[in-house]
Design a protein around this ligand. Structure first.
Ligand code: DC
Length: 222
């Protein structure tokens, strides 16, 4: 199977880029962050204490999480309900980041991710795909951008969705999540030694895609 790993911090453009590659190469797109968000949402909905071992294992052991593709778009189902929109709510981001630092949660979701990657050609975006989930991925990209550029992109996205937020809050949340995601002990956000780093701060999406297409053809992947 062909596996392409796109890792990097929040708001670097990973999902837009990964979706475009998947659509053009006709392969599966797996947004692994959405899976952590679904667990974060479950913690929120059940008002659970994620740091209580029993409460967390109750959530993980009974996790009814399904990733489906509707008209080529990834939809996330939790307990049979389409929660694709709910998991994008601003307050779920921090919960997702917190719960993703807990090894039991990572082990559970990494197992699901590996099973999907084993049976289909896919492009996965996340934080630890190249370093931990799929260390043998055919191509590894580490996509970054400055915190200010990422905050501006996220701010515009949230406004467009009608969510009321302040830019300064978005920036401070991004910095906090970067710190959280990079400093956790287990499979932190980190560039794999053999990943190609692309700083998208001053690049358009089309430019980033062109660079990645070039890398894919150099590697003889597509
Ligand atoms: O990509 P995102 O913002 O939707 O991800 C939400 C959170 O999930 C993020 O703060 C870190 C975590 N995450 C992770 O730890 N590992 C991944 N492979 C993907 C996301």
């Amino acid at each position: 199977m062909i596996n392409i790993a796109i890792d990097g911090p929040s708001g670097a453009g990973k999902s837009t880029i990964a979706k475009s590659i998947a659509a053009r190469k006709k392969i599966t797109y797996l947004d692994t962050g959405a899976m952590y968000r679904a667990v974060g949402l479950k913690v929120y909905l059940t008002n659970s204490d994620m740091y209580d071992e029993n409460q967390l294992s109750n959530i993980l052991d009974n996790l009814d999480l399904d990733i489906k593709y509707v008209n080529g778009e990834q939809k996330v189902f939790l307990d049979g309900k389409d929660v694709s929109k709910d998991i994008r709510e601003h307050h779920i981001s921090k919960l997702a980041s917190d719960v993703s630092a807990i090894p039991a949660c990572r082990l559970k979701l990494v197992d699901l991710q590996r099973r999907i990657a084993e049976k289909s050609d896919c492009v996965l975006d996340g934080r630890d795909i190249g370093t931990y989930v799929l260390p043998d991925a055919n191509v590894k990209i580490f996509l970054t951008a400055s915190p200010e550029v990422r905050a501006t992109r996220r701010y515009k996205e949230l406004l467009a969705k009608g969510q009321k937020v302040e830019y300064d809050k978005v920036l401070s949340d991004i910095n906090e999540r970067d710190k959280n995601d990079s400093s956790r002990a287990f499979a932190p956000l980190k560039k794999a030694d053999d990943a190609v780093e692309i700083d998208s701060s001053d690049m358009t999406i089309e430019q980033v895609i062109a660079v990645i297409d070039e890398i894919l053809s150099q590697k003889g992947v597509f």
